[in-house]
Design a protein around this ligand. Structure first.
Ligand SMILES: C[S@@+](CC[C@H](N)C(=O)[O-])C[C@H]1O[C@@H](n2cnc3c(N)ncnc32)[C@H](O)[C@@H]1O
Length: 251
């Protein structure tokens, strides 16, 4: 797989949502967020480009012909677009998200690829979705927005939908049990957001809006949940302070 000129197809306005006096709280994936989402996610998630490049390689290695590649919480379709652009032979892709405005942007972003690939989008929650037989399922930065008690059933559903040897690629924000470590990692993450151009007030307002909405687990909790769902093989494939990507296989 050639990724010499690996680029993400990011299409949105600049994220200034938390710069205004009436900043949205609590955080939700509203139409206002959709308008700025690509800029927001690429400036708020460390290693966002690297994670997508990594997803592409894992997908390329584990995709099985005549099965689906499913992106759960696909948002504006950035990951599916990367995969679709790099696969030269036809593949089957499905993007799932609760937000129709997100899916509208995704459809537009992938329109040029629909001649080569079978691409479908489904407006549905992960709690209710019925998944097709898949060899690769992507779950990036979405489980963290789902109530903790509903996370295991979703991972179990993913396990059931996967074909033997299929993989799930999971990325999440995580937390540390140790308070001192958590404070230090918070400062490192704040510094990352400053470097990405966010002001201190934007950072603090977004943090307040996400409180109780984005609920991170420790890496141990996440890993145990993946194992309980049925996956006997899992590896951390990327990590940046309080962000992690794990690949688990149905072996
Ligand atoms: C942080 S974004 C995911 C980012 C995306 N995977 C990426 O890498 O660019 C979370 C997405 O999950 C969707 N979402 C939130 N709760 C959901 C649920 N219960 N079921 C399905 N989608 C959900 C939101 O609409 C949003 O598009």
């Amino acid at each position: 797989m050639e990724t010499d000129h690996f680029i993400l197809n990011l299409k949105s306005d600049k994220d200034c949502l938390f710069d205004s006096a009436d900043w949205p709280k609590p955080f939700e994936f509203s139409e206002a967020v959709v308008k700025v989402f690509d800029d927001m996610v690429s400036r708020s998630v460390p290693l966002y480009r690297d994670v997508n490049e990594s997803v592409l390689f894992w997908t390329h290695s584990y995709y099985q012909k005549d099965s689906a590649i499913v992106d759960l919480g696909c948002s504006t379709g950035t990951t599916l677009e990367v995969i679709g652009r790099h696969f030269k032979s036809p593949i089957i892709m499905l993007g799932v998200d609760t937000s129709q405005p997100m899916l509208d942007v995704a459809k537009d972003k992938l329109a040029g690829l629909s001649k080569r690939h079978q691409i479908d989008f489904l407006q549905c929650s992960l709690e209710d979705v019925e998944l097709p037989k898949a060899s690769v399922i992507i779950l990036n930065y979405t489980l963290q927005f789902i109530p903790v008690r509903k996370r295991l059933p979703i991972l179990q559903k993913i396990f059931t939908a996967l074909k033997p040897d299929g993989i799930v690629y999971i990325s999440e924000k995580i937390r540390y049990d140790n308070l001192g470590f958590q404070e230090t990692t918070n400062r490192i993450y704040e510094n990352f957001k400053h470097r990405a151009g966010y002001s201190q007030s934007e950072i603090e307002r977004k943090k307040e809006a996400l409180d109780q909405v984005l609920v991170p687990m420790t890496i141990e909790q996440l890993s145990a949940m993946i194992k309980t769902a049925g996956f006997s093989v899992q590896e951390t494939v990327l990590k940046w302070n309080n962000f992690v990507s794990i690949v688990a296989q149905k072996s």
